[in-house]
Each structure stands twice: as structure tokens, then as C-alpha cells.
Design a protein around this ligand. Structure first.
Ligand SMILES: Nc1ncnc2c1ncn2[C@@H]1O[C@H](COP(=O)(O)OP(=O)(O)OP(=O)(O)O)[C@@H](O)[C@H]1O
Ligand SMILES: [Mg+2]
Length: 578
């Protein structure tokens, strides 16, 4: 994990602390109303003791009921206090929700702006949904902590007033129980985080599989997918078991802090009576523990250990995932997150073998190929020999069965998808245009290209008549109304404008006439960077500095003249093209 990633880890908690400290007045009002809310907890034992001692045990049932009536009044006043405190709690929670939404949405937009990709609106929707759940968890945790402080605090104070001698039996176990719980919180949070991360890994891998299910089945990749997703599921199960183990500590904390005082009070009852405690006072003391401290502690442990932990860890995770540094060069700890070394646009295939699914024959067999930065390579071969497959391997879209594909010195499998998109542009035979303006279509791989830049490329590639015919850069593109060659021209402008230093044209000019194709290929050859052209005409091979002849049985590489001498297949192809 990188240093900034660690620093960002607790960003959510910091946001929470900032939100609270910015609302001191609301917090003060909350505390004031809390004292009213605490009234029944504070008075319950005392009023019960009075009802028993002065009323029922003294034979004055009426007085007893009067004291119980007073307790009823205290409960009503307490309920009023509760209502007012909840309104104050809402004034803390709602603005926090707004702050969180702002952080999440701004983060997503900023990342989109920096990465040059469209904003992940689906992701933002998911996150804002998360924010709603977080808001509820936050409200729950605030209410729990405040409720515990009110009830346990009121009960301890009441006990102090009623039977101070009982305090030594109640307070130390309560403090010890709280200490045990507090000590367990950190490891619990770590395990909760592990569980959430494992959850994310499952949904990420499962949704990737769902997206590509057809390809997985087509390629016979079920086994590989099963083991990948299965690994994540096992990790998640392990994390959940580990989390369950730590939550057992919470039960221990309640036993020490909530039950032990009851046992101690009962055991010490006779000696307390000997020291002058009345029956009513003993009942009152037990009431403070059984109906005040014990349930308050139990709720605190259950809520903080469950929703509370989830809140803090998820909050950190949401803020970390969205508000963190935008994806510049991919962070080194991201899965598959390495960038090809900057500026290097060379490609290396080392003993690469590739087959589709469980097919008996590999399409590419033990292929070694080095394409140096700035090179212009043409690939030729009979139909169906594997030229597009090779293009897919060189573009990092296909993963070899054995051997290595190095893009700019980095293993293709380790390059993050967004880096891959920045590093190479692959234009397939079937041109893809989408409904939108010409400008949107040609700047798809490079947001923010100026009109001057676009116009220069349009002229360079000979697409001016087409663009003018469509009504200029603001003109609309209707794929169905364009010819195959016109669609290709638009995608070629798009590829040329992309920042990728490596361009792979897979018969991307096949629908252009020879003159238009020559113009495009010459322009691309002058574009800085590496050019790989899968050729379907002899002219493309002639223009390239080096030619690779793909043949099911083997390959040959060299200049046009060398291959005419050395490769029967190349001679055949040239003859056929001629
Ligand atoms: N997705 C796929 N699943 C299974 N087999 C495939 C797949 N794509 C291609 N093939 C097979 O792999 C072989 C090589 O195909 P590829 O498209 O790479 O050839 P090509 O040289 O580009 O052909 P063309 O000149 O027709 O474009 C062919 O036998 C093809 O049937
Ligand atoms: Mg092909």
C-alpha cells in the first residue's frame, strides 16, 4: 500500500470529526436536552426505593403508588427530552449526509476529469446509495452512544445519591467491561475492513464474469473463472469467521460490565443491610443496574460492534475510494495496476502461444517478436491465420497461454486497463461510430482536443470532404447512413488524435480506396510512436519498414525484398495481391 493510501485510510473519520466540531452549538443543545432525557434513568432507583421503604413496606400503599406516579411523571418528562434530543441529532446527521455526498460526487467528477474518461455515473449512484445507508448508521451510532451516556451516567449518579457504598461494586466492573470492549474495537475494525474488502473483491470479480459470461463460455474459461471467484469467496468466508470471533469479545464485555455488578450486589446484600441499607435502597440499586446500566451497555456493545464498526470502516472506504488521489499513473498496489514505462512504446512477444478456449490447435505458436519504439511494422498472412489474434495480444486484450507479452517493458497482464487505453489505440476492421457529433466521435479517445487540432488531423487523413458533408465538427453522426469507408475514416481520425504512442490498425483501412489508404498510412507513419498495420494490400507492406509474415506453421520477418527472396508464402501473397 502506498503512503498516500495509508494517509487516506481514516479520511472518513476525519470528515466525521470535522462535521461534529463545526456544529458546537447543536452539540451543546443536545447535551442540555440530554440532561432532561436522563431524568428517568437518574430517578428510577431512587423513586422505587422511596415507594418500597415509605410506601409498601411501611404499610402505606397510597404513598407507594404516589412515588410510582412520580416515576411515571419523570418518564414523561424524559420522553419530552428524548424528542428534543432526537431533533438535535437530526441536525447533526443531515448536514453530514450533505457533506459526504459532496465529497463523493466531487471526487468522482475530479477523477473523471483527470483520467480523461467519462464520469462513472453508475458508480456515483451506487455511492450516493451507500451514503444513505451510512447516514442511517451514523444516526444509529449517535443515538446509541448518546443513549448509553444518558442512561448509564444517570444510573451511576442516581446510585451514588441512593447508596454510595454500592458504587464500588458497580463502577469498577462497568469500567473494566468498557475497557475490554474498547480494546477489542481496533482489531474488530481491521477485520471488518478485511471483510468489506473481500466483499468488494467478490462483487468486482463476479460482475466482471457476468459482463463477459459469453466469452468465458466461448473460450472454455469456466474453470479459471471458478477458481478466481472461488478464491475471493473463500477469502470472504475467512474474513467473516475472523470478524465473528472478535465480536465474541463484546459478549464478554457485557458479562463483566453488566452482569458482574448484579452478582456482586446480590452477594453483598446482607453486608450492605448490616451497614444500614434498606430493602428499598437495595431494590433501587438493582434497578439502576438491571434496567439502566446493563441494557445500556448491551445496546452500546451490540450497536457499536455492529453498525458502528461498519459505519467507520465503510465511511473510510467510501471516502478513500472516491475522494482519494485521482488515478494518475496507476498506483503500484492496485491489482493489475502498473503503467508501461513512460515514453517507451516498444513491444516484446517472448515465446508466445495462444489458443481460443479448449481448441486443440493454438492460433499463435511460440512466437518471438520485438517491435521497437517508432517502428512501422506490417503484418501479413492468409485469412484466418491469426493476424487479429496477434493484434489482440499486442494490445493486451488477449492473454497468452504461455510466454510473455511485454508492453513498454511491463507484462501486459499487469497493466491497468486505463493505462492500456492510454498506451495503445487498436482500430479493428469493423469501424465503430456512435450517435453523437463528429467532434464527440473523433475525440472519444482524447477528451479536450481543440478544434484546431481536430481540423489538422481531419485534413491530414483526407477526411475533410466527409466532415464537411456531415456539417462540420458539430454535425451529427449516423452510423447507418455512412459507408463502411466513411466510418473507418472517422475512427482513424479518432485513433490519430488519441494520446497513445502505439497504434495498431487491424485492416482498419480495408474499405478505403488505395489512394485514401496510402494517405492515411503515410500520415500514421509520420505520427510519433509505433505503428503496426495488419495489411490486406501489398502497398501496405511496401510502405512498412519491416514485414511479419504469419503462417500457421511458422513466421518470417524482414523487409519486403528480403521476404520476396526468403518466404514462399510472402511471394504467394504478393502474387495473389498483384
Ligand atoms: N473469439 C474466437 N473464438 C474462437 N476462435 C476464434 C476466435 N476469434 C478467432 N478465432 C479463430 O482463430 C483463428 C485466427 O483468427 P483471426 O481472426 O486472428 O485471423 P485473421 O488472420 O485476423 O483472419 P482475417 O484475415 O480473416 O481477419 C481462426 O481460425 C478463427 O476462426
Ligand atoms: Mg483479422
Amino acid at each position: 500500500m502506498t503512503a498516500p493510501a495509508v494517509a487516506r485510510r481514516h479520511e472518513g473519520r476525519r470528515l466525521l470529526a470535522r462535521s461534529l466540531s463545526g456544529r458546537r452549538r447543536v452539540v451543546a443543545a443536545l447535551l442540555a436536552w440530554s440532561t432532561v432525557q436522563a431524568l428517568p434513568a437518574f430517578l428510577s432507583g431512587r423513586l422505587l426505593a422511596q415507594a418500597v421503604d415509605d410506601g409498601f413496606l411501611a404499610g402505606r400503599a397510597g404513598t407507594g403508588f404516589a412515588w410510582l406516579g412520580a416515576l411515571g411523571v419523570a418518564v414523561v418528562v424524559g420522553a419530552w427530552g428524548t424528542r428534543e434530543t432526537y431533533l438535535r441529532l437530526a441536525s447533526l446527521v443531515e448536514p453530514f449526509r450533505d457533506e459526504l455526498v459532496e465529497v463523493v460526487v466531487t471526487g468522482a467528477l475530479r477523477r473523471a476529469a483527470v483520467s480523461g474518461r467519462p464520469a462513472d455515473s453508475g458508480g456515483v449512484a451506487r455511492l450516493t446509495q451507500h451514503v444513505e445507508i451510512l447516514r442511517e448508521a451514523y444516526a444509529g451510532v449517535l443515538m446509541t452512544v448518546q443513549g448509553f451516556a444518558i442512561t448509564a451516567g444517570g444510573a451511576v449518579l442516581g446510585l451514588f445519591g441512593l447508596l454510595p457504598a454500592a458504587l464500588v461494586l458497580v463502577l469498577p466492573p462497568l469500567v473494566a467491561g468498557l475497557a475490554v470492549f474498547a480494546a477489542a474495537l481496533r482489531p474488530m475494525a481491521a477485520r471488518q475492513r478485511a471483510s468489506i474488502l473481500a466483499d468488494e473483491a467478490i462483487s468486482e470479480s463476479a460482475s466482471a464474469v457476468a459482463d463477459g459470461l459469453r466469452d468465458v463460455v466461448a473460450c472454455g474459461g469456466e474453470g479459471a473463472v471458478e477458481s478466481t471467484v472461488g478464491r475471493h469467496v473463500d477469502a470472504q468466508a475467512g474474513a467473516t469467521v475472523a470478524l465473528a470471533r472478535t465480536t465474541a469479545v463484546g459478549t464478554g464485555a457485557v458479562a463483566v460490565g453488566g452482569w458482574l455488578p448484579v452478582i456482586l450486589l446480590l452477594a453483598a446484600g446482607p453486608s450492605l443491610v448490616r451497614d444500614g441499607a434498606t430493602t428499598g435502597e437495595l431494590i433501587g440499586a438493582l434497578t439502576y443496574v438491571l434496567y439502566g446500566i446493563h441494557p445500556a451497555l448491551q445496546t452500546l456493545v451490540r450497536q457499536l460492534g455492529g453498525a458502528g464498526l461498519w459505519l467507520f470502516v465503510t465511511l473510510d472506504r467510501v471516502v478513500e475510494a472516491t475522494a482519494g488521489d485521482p488515478p494518475g499513473p496507476a498506483p503500484s498496489d492496485a491489482p493489475g495496476g502498473r503503467a508501461p514505462s513512460p515514453g517507451s512504446a516498444d513491444l516484446l512477444l517472448d515465446d508466445v502461444t495462444f489458443r481460443y478456449g479448449a481448441s486443440p490447435d493454438p492460433v499463435i505458436r511460440h512466437l518471438d517478436l520485438e517491435v521497437q519504439e517508432g517502428e512501422h511494422l506490417a503484418i501479413v498472412g492468409p485469412s484466418g491465420v491469426g493476424k487479429s489474434t496477434l493484434a489482440g495480444l499486442m494490445a493486451g486484450l488477449l492473454v497468452p497461454e504461455s510466454g510473455e507479452v511485454l508492453l513498454g517493458g511491463v507484462k501486459a497482464a499487469e497493466v491497468a486497463p486505463e493505462e492500456l487505453a492510454r498506451w495503445r489505440a487498436l482500430i479493428p476492421q469493423e469501424a465503430y461510430v456512435f450517435p453523437g457529433t463528429v467532434r464527440e466521435n473523433v475525440t472519444y479517445l482524447r477528451d479536450g482536443a481543440s478544434d484546431d487540432e481536430i481540423d489538422a488531423v481531419v485534413d491530414l487523413l483526407g477526411a475533410r470532404p466527409l466532415v464537411d458533408g456531415l456539417g462540420g465538427l458539430d454535425g451529427g453522426v449516423d452510423g447507418g447512413a455512412l459507408s463502411a469507408g466513411e466510418r473507418q475514416l472517422l475512427t482513424l481520425v479518432r485513433a490519430y488524435l488519441s494520446p497513445a504512442p502505439v497504434v495498431v490498425l487491424d485492416e482498419a483501412t480495408c474499405h478505403l480506396d488505395p489512394a485514401a489508404e496510402a494517405r492515411v498510412e503515410l500520415a500514421f507513419a509520420r505520427r510519433p510512436g509505433t505503428l503496426i498495420v495488419i495489411a490486406h494490400r501489398i502497398s501496405s507492406a511496401l510502405r512498412a519498414r519491416r514485414v511479419l509474415v504469419l503462417d500457421g506453421a511458422g513466421t518470417a520477418a524482414g523487409t519486403h525484398d528480403e521476404l520476396l527472396d526468403g518466404s514462399v508464402l510472402y511471394r504467394d501473397l504478393v502474387g495473389h495481391w498483384g
